[in-house]
Design a protein around this ligand. Structure first.
Ligand code: ATP
Ligand code: MG
Length: 235
């Protein structure tokens, strides 16, 4: 479904992605684990189209992504849950969700049906639909950010550190929801520093270190790799 081939990206004169290649097949959950500053967010933003790449190729559903602006990638079925959630605090929960349907596909599904899908996944958002999003707890704001991305009916959901800054119990809840989404067939590419939870969810994993993929394989094999256990799993 997604193919990233030898992608380089830079901030000014500093290159931070040094030739990244990865694949995500339909129905797969793929995780990229990596430490602080490894380039995870840059990679996600390159795929969603808000970060320029200096060389390399990306295709989605067989279509080249070069020159396709971010909002049109949403239209193709790529939707990103950004790092730090970036919800609109003064707006209501429901209005935040409706914004996610703006570049939506397919057009035949109504906003009401999309909202029902999100409210099924996150009942707490339904209870709070008319409240200001800024008043939600951190975990609820993360659910809202995921729900907003779901509103475009994506084929591929990109998630940038959904566990960031959340208490362990809330992280477990977020990952339980992602597991449920996976069960319904949602294809996901996830970047995480929380390697434990992410590797337990994923089918396959890549390890990103300072802008390069150093290791990849089935998630269970990556979780068992001594280098990963030492560097990312605290064992
Ligand atoms: N806007 C920017 N301008 C210049 N350098 C940047 C910018 N954003 C990120 N960088 C640098 O690029 C590198 C990769 O950053 P990136 O945010 O992609 O990493 P990350 O893996 O997402 O880190 P984190 O775990 O902190 O979210 C880092 O060295 C960072 O300092
Ligand atoms: Mg990041």
């Amino acid at each position: 479904m997604l193919s990233v081939c030898d992608v380089h990206s830079r901030y000014g004169r500093i290159e931070v992605l040094h030739g990244i290649s990865l694949e995500v097949a339909q129905g797969e959950v793929v995780v990229v684990i990596g430490a602080n500053g490894a380039g995870k967010t840059t990679l996600m933003r390159a795929i969603s189209g808000v970060q320029a790449i200096s060389s390399g190729d990306m295709t989605f559903d067989g279509k080249a992504l070069a020159g396709v602006p971010a909002h049109r990638r949403v239209g193709l079925g790529v939707s990103q849950v950004p790092e730090g959630r970036q919800i609109f605090g003064p707006l209501s929960v429901e209005d935040n969700l409706r914004l996610g349907a703006w570049s939506r596909r397919p057009q035949d599904v109504t906003d009401a049906a999309r909202l029902d899908w999100v409210f099924d996944a996150f009942p707490v958002l339904k209870q709070r639909r008319h409240l200001q999003a800024g008043g939600l707890s951190g975990g609820q704001q993360q659910m809202l950010a995921i729900g907003r991305a779901m509103m475009s009916q994506p084929k591929l959901l990109l998630l940038d550190e959904p566990s960031m800054g959340l208490a362990p119990l809330i992280v477990a809840h977020i990952f339980a929801t992602l597991r449920e989404l996976k069960r319904t067939g949602m294809t996901m590419l996830l970047v995480e520093q929380n390697a434990n939870a992410a590797l337990a969810l994923a089918d396959r994993a890549y390890v990103l270190e300072t802008g390069k993929i150093e290791l990849d394989g089935p998630a269970h094999a990556i979780a068992a790799d001594p280098r990963v256990r030492e560097a990312y799993l605290g064992r």
